[in-house]
Write a protein that binds this ligand. Structure first.
Ligand SMILES: Cc1ncc(COP(=O)(O)O)c(C=O)c1O
Length: 273
């Protein structure tokens, strides 16, 4: 039995559907709904239940209530898995993501995975768990064992990225940019969706309007993607703003100027990008 957050990434949902497990989904970040599903008769076998969520949600930027989910899963004797594609490399003193920020152990979160295609800047992914679990995957995850392994050059580039000395400094810069952006947007009178991470969505609520805003921003030299249904639920079409440590203060100022010009019809000149 797999019980997954409603907003989990398509790659997880497709994997779950391809497995022999029964899949149910709980309302986004709803501990109450998760508890109801765990209490349902299907999950009485405990150990055969996997609760799955994301550390940082890819289209919303918000985070799962992990300490509470650890407690609920433990009580139900279920496994907990976290896909931390967007927290890994960006959150925690050492960049180890939400597991580090919440100071969680391997026993509390038996399965952690993240991709290398986000903060690490390469491609591929990892799964971390107990030795028994990893041995099990090596022996039974046929998609892994019967595919060409990651090329050595890619593994090396990933290793270099993971060991990069300037990473801690870049995480501090990223956190500053996020704060700067949120405060400037607030001053400008625009409302962001609740997020403290590098993913800062701005709800538009209409696919055409979101696309048009993205195009106008592009014409101003700003790359802000429009995310539409079916990637996100109907009527929650949005601009997905992704901040990085590579952005400078003036980029953030230009972005907020651009958002005001496009969304609030502000006439003033935009800062230099
Ligand atoms: C939460 C999450 N998990 C998994 C993936 C898949 O990662 P990749 O494209 O590196 O296979 C993504 C990519 O967008 C993601 O956002």
């Amino acid at each position: 039995m797999i019980i997954a957050d409603k907003l989990m990434h398509a790659s997880f949902i497709e994997g779950a559907q391809a497995s022999n497990a029964k899949l149910s989904r709980f309302k986004h970040n709803s501990l109450e709904h998760l508890q109801i599903l765990l209490n349902s008769t299907d999950t009485q076998q405990g150990q055969n239940t996997l609760v799955a969520t994301e550390g940082v949600f890819s289209m919303d930027g918000d985070q799962a209530p992990l300490p509470e989910m650890v407690a609920i899963s433990k009580q139900a004797n279920a496994w907990l898995m976290v896909d931390d594609a967007h927290g890994f490399g960006t959150l925690g003193k050492h960049g180890r993501g939400v597991i580090e920020t919440h100071n969680l152990s391997q026993q509390q979160v038996p399965i952690v995975m993240a991709t290398f295609g986000k903060a690490i800047g390469t491609a591929g992914a990892f799964v971390a768990g107990s030795h028994d679990f990893i041995d099990y995957l090596i022996n039974f995850a046929s998609h892994y064992i019967y595919s060409t392994a990651m090329p050595a050059a890619q593994a090396y580039a990933t290793l270099m990225s993971l060991q990069a000395k300037q990473s801690a400094e870049r995480r501090t810069i990223l956190a500053e940019r996020i704060e700067q952006f949120k405060s400037l947007v607030n001053q400008a009178g625009l409302t962001l969706m609740p997020s403290n991470t590098a993913i800062q969505p701005l709800l538009i609520g209409d696919a055409q309007k979101a696309l048009a805003a993205s195009e106008k921003l592009k014409a101003l030299g700003l790359w802000v993607t429009a995310i539409r249904y079916p990637t996100v639920p109907k009527h929650t079409d949005r601009l997905r703003i992704t901040l990085t440590a590579g952005h400078e203060t003036r980029d953030i100022e230009a972005l907020v100027d651009g958002l005001q010009i496009v969304l609030l019809d502000k006439k003033e000149q935009m800062s230099d990008v």
